[in-house]
Design a protein around this ligand. Sequence first.
Ligand SMILES: *Cc1c(COP(=O)(O)O)cnc(C)c1O
Length: 405
Amino acid sequence: VPGSEVDVTVGLTEDDFRVLDAGDSLNCARDKFDLQDESIYLDGNSLGAMPRSAPARLAEIARDWRTDLNRGWTEHGWLDLPLTLGDKIAQLIGADPGEVVAGDSTSVNLFKLLGTALCLRPGRRTILTEDANFPSDLYIARGVERMTGGAARVKAVPRGDLADAIDDDTAILMLTQADFRTGHLHDMAALTRGAAEHGALTLWDLSHTAGVHPVDLNGCDVDLAVGCGYKYLNGGPGAPAYLFVARRHHDTLEQPLSGWLGHEQPFLFDTEYRPATGVARTICGTPSVFGLATLEAGVDILLEHDITEIHRKSTALTGMFIRLIDQECTADGFRIVTPRKDERRGSQVSIVHPDAERFIAGLADRGVVGDFRAPNILRFGFAPLYVRYTDVWEAVTQLKDVARA
Ligand SMILES: *Cc1c(COP(=O)(O)O)cnc(C)c1O
Protein backbone atom coordinates (compact mmCIF):
# COMPACT_ATOMS: atom_id res chain seq x y z
CA VAL A 1 0.00 0.00 0.00
CA PRO A 2 1.44 3.41 -0.96
CA GLY A 3 2.28 5.39 2.14
CA SER A 4 3.16 2.37 4.26
CA GLU A 5 6.84 3.09 3.61
CA VAL A 6 6.58 6.62 5.06
CA ASP A 7 8.50 6.72 8.36
CA VAL A 8 5.93 7.19 11.14
CA THR A 9 8.45 7.94 13.86
CA VAL A 10 9.28 11.37 12.44
CA GLY A 11 5.73 12.47 11.70
CA LEU A 12 4.03 13.12 8.37
CA THR A 13 4.72 16.34 6.49
CA GLU A 14 3.06 17.90 3.46
CA ASP A 15 5.99 16.69 1.40
CA ASP A 16 5.10 13.06 2.07
CA PHE A 17 1.73 13.67 0.41
CA ARG A 18 3.29 15.47 -2.56
CA VAL A 19 5.60 12.53 -3.12
CA LEU A 20 2.68 10.11 -3.02
CA ASP A 21 0.76 12.18 -5.60
CA ALA A 22 3.79 12.26 -7.87
CA GLY A 23 4.08 8.47 -7.76
CA ASP A 24 0.35 7.79 -8.00
CA SER A 25 -0.46 5.39 -10.84
CA LEU A 26 -4.00 6.84 -10.92
CA ASN A 27 -3.08 10.51 -11.04
CA CYS A 28 -4.16 10.72 -14.69
CA ALA A 29 -7.72 9.69 -13.79
CA ARG A 30 -8.70 12.97 -12.09
CA ASP A 31 -8.63 14.65 -15.48
CA LYS A 32 -11.53 12.48 -16.62
CA PHE A 33 -13.76 14.35 -14.17
CA ASP A 34 -14.92 17.93 -14.35
CA LEU A 35 -13.63 19.21 -11.01
CA GLN A 36 -12.30 22.61 -10.06
CA ASP A 37 -8.58 22.39 -9.41
CA GLU A 38 -8.85 23.81 -5.91
CA SER A 39 -11.84 21.75 -4.86
CA ILE A 40 -11.36 19.06 -2.24
CA TYR A 41 -14.31 16.77 -2.66
CA LEU A 42 -14.56 14.10 0.01
CA ASP A 43 -18.21 13.30 -0.57
CA GLY A 44 -18.04 11.06 -3.62
CA ASN A 45 -19.69 8.33 -1.53
CA SER A 46 -22.82 10.49 -1.50
CA LEU A 47 -22.74 11.86 -5.07
CA GLY A 48 -19.82 11.05 -7.32
CA ALA A 49 -18.10 13.71 -9.45
CA MET A 50 -19.15 14.39 -13.04
CA PRO A 51 -17.31 12.52 -15.81
CA ARG A 52 -16.14 15.00 -18.46
CA SER A 53 -17.74 12.71 -21.05
CA ALA A 54 -21.21 12.91 -19.47
CA PRO A 55 -22.54 16.13 -21.07
CA ALA A 56 -21.65 14.89 -24.57
CA ARG A 57 -23.44 11.58 -23.93
CA LEU A 58 -26.54 13.48 -22.85
CA ALA A 59 -26.34 15.71 -25.91
CA GLU A 60 -25.99 12.64 -28.13
CA ILE A 61 -29.18 11.11 -26.77
CA ALA A 62 -31.02 14.40 -27.08
CA ARG A 63 -29.93 14.56 -30.73
CA ASP A 64 -30.97 10.96 -31.43
CA TRP A 65 -34.29 11.58 -29.71
CA ARG A 66 -34.93 14.62 -31.89
CA THR A 67 -33.94 13.03 -35.18
CA ASP A 68 -34.90 9.38 -34.77
CA LEU A 69 -37.74 9.50 -32.27
CA ASN A 70 -39.04 6.06 -31.37
CA ARG A 71 -36.64 4.28 -33.73
CA GLY A 72 -34.05 5.07 -31.04
CA TRP A 73 -35.31 2.22 -28.87
CA THR A 74 -33.86 -0.29 -31.31
CA GLU A 75 -31.49 1.68 -33.56
CA HIS A 76 -29.60 3.25 -30.69
CA GLY A 77 -29.92 0.29 -28.34
CA TRP A 78 -31.95 2.18 -25.74
CA LEU A 79 -34.14 -0.81 -24.97
CA ASP A 80 -31.13 -3.06 -24.39
CA LEU A 81 -29.24 -0.60 -22.18
CA PRO A 82 -30.25 -2.29 -18.90
CA LEU A 83 -28.55 -5.49 -20.08
CA THR A 84 -25.62 -4.06 -22.07
CA LEU A 85 -24.70 -1.69 -19.25
CA GLY A 86 -25.41 -4.48 -16.75
CA ASP A 87 -22.69 -6.54 -18.45
CA LYS A 88 -20.21 -3.70 -17.96
CA ILE A 89 -21.13 -3.32 -14.28
CA ALA A 90 -20.76 -7.10 -13.91
CA GLN A 91 -17.04 -6.68 -14.60
CA LEU A 92 -16.72 -4.42 -11.55
CA ILE A 93 -18.41 -6.79 -9.11
CA GLY A 94 -17.19 -10.27 -10.00
CA ALA A 95 -20.34 -11.25 -11.91
CA ASP A 96 -20.64 -12.93 -15.32
CA PRO A 97 -22.27 -11.45 -18.43
CA GLY A 98 -26.03 -11.91 -18.26
CA GLU A 99 -26.23 -11.71 -14.46
CA VAL A 100 -26.66 -7.95 -13.95
CA VAL A 101 -29.39 -5.49 -14.93
CA ALA A 102 -29.02 -1.71 -14.65
CA GLY A 103 -32.13 0.26 -13.80
CA ASP A 104 -34.57 1.44 -11.13
CA SER A 105 -33.32 2.61 -7.74
CA THR A 106 -31.46 0.57 -5.15
CA SER A 107 -34.54 0.56 -2.94
CA VAL A 108 -36.80 -0.73 -5.72
CA ASN A 109 -34.26 -3.41 -6.64
CA LEU A 110 -34.09 -4.49 -3.00
CA PHE A 111 -37.83 -4.95 -3.01
CA LYS A 112 -37.68 -7.07 -6.16
CA LEU A 113 -34.92 -9.28 -4.82
CA LEU A 114 -36.42 -9.73 -1.34
CA GLY A 115 -39.56 -10.94 -3.10
CA THR A 116 -37.40 -13.21 -5.26
CA ALA A 117 -35.63 -14.63 -2.21
CA LEU A 118 -38.89 -15.46 -0.41
CA CYS A 119 -40.12 -17.31 -3.52
CA LEU A 120 -36.84 -19.23 -3.79
CA ARG A 121 -37.02 -20.31 -0.13
CA PRO A 122 -40.67 -21.23 0.46
CA GLY A 123 -41.51 -22.17 4.03
CA ARG A 124 -38.78 -19.96 5.47
CA ARG A 125 -39.92 -16.74 7.10
CA THR A 126 -36.91 -14.73 8.23
CA ILE A 127 -35.25 -11.79 6.49
CA LEU A 128 -32.12 -11.46 8.60
CA THR A 129 -30.24 -8.16 8.56
CA GLU A 130 -28.06 -5.85 10.62
CA ASP A 131 -29.80 -3.35 12.89
CA ALA A 132 -27.46 -0.56 11.66
CA ASN A 133 -28.11 -1.28 7.98
CA PHE A 134 -28.89 1.66 5.68
CA PRO A 135 -32.37 2.94 6.64
CA SER A 136 -33.93 2.44 3.22
CA ASP A 137 -32.82 -1.21 3.21
CA LEU A 138 -34.52 -1.71 6.59
CA TYR A 139 -37.64 0.20 5.51
CA ILE A 140 -38.03 -1.90 2.35
CA ALA A 141 -37.63 -5.14 4.30
CA ARG A 142 -40.29 -4.02 6.79
CA GLY A 143 -42.53 -3.08 3.87
CA VAL A 144 -42.22 -6.65 2.59
CA GLU A 145 -43.04 -7.90 6.09
CA ARG A 146 -46.21 -5.78 6.19
CA MET A 147 -47.23 -6.75 2.68
CA THR A 148 -47.01 -10.46 3.46
CA GLY A 149 -49.14 -9.96 6.57
CA GLY A 150 -46.22 -11.13 8.67
CA ALA A 151 -45.58 -14.33 6.72
CA ALA A 152 -42.11 -12.86 6.24
CA ARG A 153 -40.54 -11.24 9.27
CA VAL A 154 -37.52 -9.02 9.64
CA LYS A 155 -34.94 -9.88 12.23
CA ALA A 156 -32.43 -7.03 12.66
CA VAL A 157 -29.51 -7.83 14.98
CA PRO A 158 -26.22 -6.15 15.92
CA ARG A 159 -23.29 -6.89 13.61
CA GLY A 160 -21.56 -9.21 16.07
CA ASP A 161 -24.64 -11.43 16.40
CA LEU A 162 -25.24 -11.97 12.68
CA ALA A 163 -23.35 -15.22 12.19
CA ASP A 164 -25.09 -16.91 15.13
CA ALA A 165 -28.51 -15.59 14.14
CA ILE A 166 -28.57 -17.50 10.83
CA ASP A 167 -30.79 -20.57 11.25
CA ASP A 168 -33.02 -22.94 9.32
CA ASP A 169 -35.81 -20.37 9.18
CA THR A 170 -33.58 -17.78 7.47
CA ALA A 171 -34.73 -17.26 3.90
CA ILE A 172 -32.30 -14.46 3.20
CA LEU A 173 -29.39 -12.72 4.85
CA MET A 174 -29.52 -9.11 3.61
CA LEU A 175 -26.49 -6.93 4.34
CA THR A 176 -24.70 -3.83 3.10
CA GLN A 177 -21.07 -4.69 2.52
CA ALA A 178 -19.65 -1.38 3.83
CA ASP A 179 -21.53 0.51 6.54
CA PHE A 180 -22.53 4.00 5.39
CA ARG A 181 -21.95 5.52 8.82
CA THR A 182 -18.70 3.96 9.99
CA GLY A 183 -17.20 2.43 6.85
CA HIS A 184 -17.01 -0.98 8.55
CA LEU A 185 -16.59 -3.70 5.93
CA HIS A 186 -18.24 -7.10 6.36
CA ASP A 187 -16.50 -10.35 5.47
CA MET A 188 -18.65 -11.20 2.44
CA ALA A 189 -17.12 -14.64 1.87
CA ALA A 190 -17.51 -15.84 5.46
CA LEU A 191 -21.05 -14.55 5.98
CA THR A 192 -22.21 -15.89 2.62
CA ARG A 193 -20.74 -19.29 3.49
CA GLY A 194 -22.42 -19.20 6.89
CA ALA A 195 -25.78 -18.50 5.27
CA ALA A 196 -25.34 -21.27 2.68
CA GLU A 197 -24.55 -23.79 5.43
CA HIS A 198 -28.09 -23.20 6.70
CA GLY A 199 -29.63 -23.22 3.23
CA ALA A 200 -30.22 -19.46 3.35
CA LEU A 201 -29.65 -17.07 0.45
CA THR A 202 -27.64 -13.84 0.62
CA LEU A 203 -28.49 -10.39 -0.71
CA TRP A 204 -25.62 -7.92 -0.60
CA ASP A 205 -25.98 -4.17 -1.06
CA LEU A 206 -22.79 -2.95 -2.77
CA SER A 207 -23.62 0.77 -2.70
CA HIS A 208 -20.47 1.67 -0.73
CA THR A 209 -18.08 -0.87 -2.23
CA ALA A 210 -18.61 -1.28 -5.99
CA GLY A 211 -16.09 0.89 -7.82
CA VAL A 212 -13.64 1.14 -4.90
CA HIS A 213 -13.30 -2.43 -3.72
CA PRO A 214 -12.71 -5.58 -5.77
CA VAL A 215 -16.10 -7.18 -5.10
CA ASP A 216 -16.18 -10.87 -6.05
CA LEU A 217 -19.82 -11.96 -6.06
CA ASN A 218 -19.36 -15.28 -7.86
CA GLY A 219 -16.10 -16.00 -6.07
CA CYS A 220 -18.05 -15.74 -2.82
CA ASP A 221 -21.09 -17.68 -4.17
CA VAL A 222 -23.40 -14.75 -3.49
CA ASP A 223 -27.01 -15.30 -4.61
CA LEU A 224 -28.36 -11.77 -5.05
CA ALA A 225 -27.00 -8.22 -4.94
CA VAL A 226 -27.98 -4.61 -5.54
CA GLY A 227 -26.02 -1.38 -5.70
CA CYS A 228 -26.21 2.33 -6.28
CA GLY A 229 -25.18 4.11 -9.47
CA TYR A 230 -24.45 7.63 -8.27
CA LYS A 231 -21.78 7.07 -5.61
CA TYR A 232 -18.44 5.53 -6.60
CA LEU A 233 -19.79 4.66 -10.07
CA ASN A 234 -20.20 8.40 -10.75
CA GLY A 235 -23.46 7.99 -12.66
CA GLY A 236 -24.90 11.40 -11.76
CA PRO A 237 -27.77 12.61 -9.58
CA GLY A 238 -30.45 9.93 -9.36
CA ALA A 239 -28.60 7.63 -11.74
CA PRO A 240 -30.19 4.18 -12.03
CA ALA A 241 -29.02 1.42 -9.74
CA TYR A 242 -28.38 -2.23 -10.65
CA LEU A 243 -29.13 -5.74 -9.46
CA PHE A 244 -27.42 -9.13 -9.71
CA VAL A 245 -28.91 -12.62 -9.69
CA ALA A 246 -26.55 -15.62 -9.78
CA ARG A 247 -27.13 -17.72 -12.86
CA ARG A 248 -28.11 -20.82 -10.87
CA HIS A 249 -31.35 -19.03 -9.89
CA HIS A 250 -32.33 -17.76 -13.32
CA ASP A 251 -34.73 -20.54 -14.27
CA THR A 252 -36.70 -20.46 -11.03
CA LEU A 253 -36.61 -16.79 -10.12
CA GLU A 254 -39.86 -14.91 -9.76
CA GLN A 255 -39.98 -11.27 -8.80
CA PRO A 256 -42.96 -9.26 -7.61
CA LEU A 257 -42.60 -6.25 -9.98
CA SER A 258 -43.38 -8.37 -13.04
CA GLY A 259 -43.71 -5.55 -15.54
CA TRP A 260 -44.06 -5.75 -19.28
CA LEU A 261 -40.39 -5.31 -20.18
CA GLY A 262 -39.54 -8.39 -18.12
CA HIS A 263 -41.93 -10.34 -20.32
CA GLU A 264 -40.63 -12.91 -22.77
CA GLN A 265 -42.17 -10.95 -25.66
CA PRO A 266 -43.25 -7.51 -24.48
CA PHE A 267 -44.43 -6.38 -27.89
CA LEU A 268 -46.96 -9.18 -28.22
CA PHE A 269 -48.88 -7.29 -25.51
CA ASP A 270 -50.06 -10.65 -24.22
CA THR A 271 -52.47 -10.42 -21.27
CA GLU A 272 -50.65 -13.36 -19.62
CA TYR A 273 -47.27 -12.67 -18.03
CA ARG A 274 -44.56 -15.05 -19.20
CA PRO A 275 -41.15 -14.14 -17.76
CA ALA A 276 -38.22 -13.53 -20.06
CA THR A 277 -35.33 -15.95 -19.79
CA GLY A 278 -32.46 -15.08 -17.51
CA VAL A 279 -31.92 -11.95 -15.48
CA ALA A 280 -34.02 -9.94 -17.97
CA ARG A 281 -37.12 -11.01 -16.06
CA THR A 282 -36.08 -8.69 -13.23
CA ILE A 283 -36.69 -5.73 -15.55
CA CYS A 284 -39.92 -3.95 -14.74
CA GLY A 285 -40.68 -0.95 -16.97
CA THR A 286 -39.14 1.32 -19.57
CA PRO A 287 -35.46 2.13 -19.01
CA SER A 288 -34.41 5.62 -18.00
CA VAL A 289 -32.20 6.33 -21.00
CA PHE A 290 -30.60 9.63 -19.96
CA GLY A 291 -29.72 8.29 -16.54
CA LEU A 292 -28.32 5.07 -17.95
CA ALA A 293 -26.20 7.10 -20.40
CA THR A 294 -24.45 9.11 -17.69
CA LEU A 295 -24.10 5.97 -15.58
CA GLU A 296 -22.36 4.35 -18.53
CA ALA A 297 -19.99 7.33 -18.74
CA GLY A 298 -18.99 6.74 -15.12
CA VAL A 299 -18.70 2.96 -15.46
CA ASP A 300 -16.57 3.29 -18.61
CA ILE A 301 -13.99 5.31 -16.67
CA LEU A 302 -13.80 2.66 -13.96
CA LEU A 303 -13.28 -0.04 -16.59
CA GLU A 304 -10.25 1.86 -17.92
CA HIS A 305 -8.50 1.30 -14.59
CA ASP A 306 -7.49 -1.70 -12.53
CA ILE A 307 -9.80 -2.17 -9.54
CA THR A 308 -6.96 -3.58 -7.41
CA GLU A 309 -4.99 -0.35 -8.04
CA ILE A 310 -8.07 1.69 -7.15
CA HIS A 311 -8.51 -0.28 -3.96
CA ARG A 312 -4.84 0.02 -3.05
CA LYS A 313 -5.11 3.80 -3.35
CA SER A 314 -8.36 3.82 -1.36
CA THR A 315 -6.62 1.96 1.47
CA ALA A 316 -3.68 4.36 1.32
CA LEU A 317 -5.83 7.52 1.29
CA THR A 318 -7.97 6.40 4.23
CA GLY A 319 -4.95 5.04 6.11
CA MET A 320 -2.98 8.28 5.67
CA PHE A 321 -6.02 10.32 6.72
CA ILE A 322 -6.36 8.28 9.93
CA ARG A 323 -2.62 8.65 10.68
CA LEU A 324 -2.74 12.38 10.10
CA ILE A 325 -5.79 12.83 12.35
CA ASP A 326 -3.93 10.87 15.04
CA GLN A 327 -0.88 13.06 14.57
CA GLU A 328 -2.51 16.49 14.27
CA CYS A 329 -5.85 16.37 16.07
CA THR A 330 -5.47 14.30 19.24
CA ALA A 331 -6.10 17.34 21.43
CA ASP A 332 -9.36 18.19 19.67
CA GLY A 333 -11.64 15.47 21.04
CA PHE A 334 -12.07 13.56 17.77
CA ARG A 335 -12.81 9.83 17.92
CA ILE A 336 -12.32 7.78 14.77
CA VAL A 337 -15.07 5.16 14.44
CA THR A 338 -13.87 3.64 11.17
CA PRO A 339 -11.95 0.35 11.52
CA ARG A 340 -8.18 0.83 11.48
CA LYS A 341 -7.60 -2.61 9.99
CA ASP A 342 -7.23 -2.16 6.24
CA GLU A 343 -9.26 -5.28 5.42
CA ARG A 344 -12.20 -4.14 7.56
CA ARG A 345 -12.43 -0.61 6.15
CA GLY A 346 -14.42 0.76 3.21
CA SER A 347 -13.30 3.90 1.35
CA GLN A 348 -14.31 6.40 4.02
CA VAL A 349 -13.24 7.69 7.41
CA SER A 350 -15.83 8.70 9.98
CA ILE A 351 -15.04 10.74 13.05
CA VAL A 352 -17.28 11.39 16.02
CA HIS A 353 -17.32 14.85 17.60
CA PRO A 354 -20.12 16.72 19.43
CA ASP A 355 -19.62 19.72 17.08
CA ALA A 356 -19.57 17.60 13.92
CA GLU A 357 -22.27 19.58 12.12
CA ARG A 358 -20.58 22.94 12.74
CA PHE A 359 -17.20 21.58 11.66
CA ILE A 360 -18.56 20.17 8.39
CA ALA A 361 -20.13 23.56 7.64
CA GLY A 362 -16.85 25.32 8.49
CA LEU A 363 -14.92 22.97 6.22
CA ALA A 364 -17.36 23.62 3.36
CA ASP A 365 -16.68 27.37 3.74
CA ARG A 366 -13.01 26.55 3.22
CA GLY A 367 -13.64 24.44 0.12
CA VAL A 368 -13.42 21.02 1.77
CA VAL A 369 -16.59 19.05 1.17
CA GLY A 370 -17.33 16.30 3.68
CA ASP A 371 -20.60 15.03 5.04
CA PHE A 372 -22.44 15.32 8.35
CA ARG A 373 -24.35 12.27 9.53
CA ALA A 374 -26.59 12.86 12.55
CA PRO A 375 -26.11 13.10 15.39
CA ASN A 376 -22.34 13.57 15.62
CA ILE A 377 -20.45 12.04 12.68
CA LEU A 378 -18.08 13.79 10.29
CA ARG A 379 -17.85 11.52 7.26
CA PHE A 380 -15.15 11.75 4.61
CA GLY A 381 -15.32 9.61 1.47
CA PHE A 382 -12.25 8.96 -0.67
CA ALA A 383 -12.92 8.29 -4.35
CA PRO A 384 -9.46 7.17 -5.54
CA LEU A 385 -10.02 8.21 -9.16
CA TYR A 386 -10.10 11.90 -8.30
CA VAL A 387 -9.01 12.43 -4.69
CA ARG A 388 -5.34 13.39 -4.31
CA TYR A 389 -3.01 12.56 -1.42
CA THR A 390 -2.45 16.29 -0.92
CA ASP A 391 -6.23 16.59 -0.46
CA VAL A 392 -5.79 14.44 2.65
CA TRP A 393 -3.17 16.82 4.00
CA GLU A 394 -5.24 19.89 3.18
CA ALA A 395 -8.46 18.47 4.65
CA VAL A 396 -6.85 17.60 7.98
CA THR A 397 -5.06 20.95 8.12
CA GLN A 398 -8.37 22.76 7.56
CA LEU A 399 -10.20 20.53 10.03
CA LYS A 400 -7.65 21.33 12.72
CA ASP A 401 -8.11 25.03 12.01
CA VAL A 402 -11.90 24.81 12.11
CA ALA A 403 -11.80 22.88 15.41
CA ARG A 404 -9.51 25.48 16.97
CA ALA A 405 -11.21 28.58 15.57
C1 LIG B 1 -27.13 5.14 -1.29
C2 LIG B 1 -27.73 3.87 -0.80
C3 LIG B 1 -28.99 3.48 -1.22
C4 LIG B 1 -29.76 4.38 -2.15
O1 LIG B 1 -31.01 3.92 -2.44
P1 LIG B 1 -31.85 4.62 -3.60
O2 LIG B 1 -33.08 3.82 -3.62
O3 LIG B 1 -31.05 4.50 -4.86
O4 LIG B 1 -32.07 6.04 -3.21
C5 LIG B 1 -29.49 2.28 -0.76
N1 LIG B 1 -28.77 1.49 0.08
C6 LIG B 1 -27.54 1.86 0.51
C7 LIG B 1 -26.77 0.98 1.42
C8 LIG B 1 -27.01 3.06 0.09
O5 LIG B 1 -25.81 3.44 0.52
